[in-house]
Design a protein. Structure first.
Length: 182
């Protein structure tokens, strides 16, 4: 059931992004409703980890290719929603996002930026049950100034990384780093 909700949510997001739609503003006479709060869904599938690694570029202006890798998908994969963030965007920024071929529906927030929200779904079930070292996305990160920045991956508390049944994996993140000119 969650997988259907993920697919429907991603379809709606892609339609809105493609159409360039914006939400209509409410008239001044209408009392606004309280903002919805995010809920955290408890993981119901196996424990997995998402890692990036450690990278280095010689100087500002140079690029590093940073894969975002899920160590295993013991129950397959229906999709994911994660945020990748650089701890010091003065040192580097995410300048491009590339998704793997299996990602039939995919989206990323605008880059260049110090962080990107990435979403993808495996609609045709190309990711096999038991897959290992699965690339979720590949980022191009460009150095801006000498220094070191951390790279963190945070699964969305409601959508996270889901198996084929739509159950959430208990996903943990292994932080990475990017050194520029060091």
């Amino acid at each position: 059931m969650r997988s259907i909700a993920l697919i429907m949510g991603l379809l709606l997001l892609l339609l809105v992004l493609a159409a360039g739609c914006t939400a209509p503003s409410q008239p001044a006479a209408v009392t606004p409703t309280p903002a919805a709060t995010a809920t955290t869904v408890q993981p119901t599938s196996a424990a997995v980890s998402i890692a990036t690694g450690s990278f280095q570029v010689a100087s500002a202006g140079e690029n590093a290719t940073v894969p975002i890798v899920l160590d295993s998908a013991p129950n397959g994969l229906s999709g994911y929603s994660i945020t990748v963030a650089l701890s010091d965007p003065a040192v580097a920024e995410i300048t491009a996002v590339e998704f793997p071929e299996w990602a039939g529906m995919k989206s990323s927030t605008a880059v260049p930026s110090g962080q990107a929200v990435l979403r993808a779904a495996d609609l045709s079930m190309q990711v096999p049950v038991g897959a290992t070292n699965l690339t979720l996305a590949t980022l191009t990160v460009t150095g801006r100034a000498a220094g070191t920045t951390g790279i963190t991956v945070t699964p969305d508390p409601g959508l996270g990384v889901q198996d084929r049944r739509g159950d959430l994996y208990a996903a943990t993140s292994v932080p990475g780093t990017l050194a520029v000119g060091r």
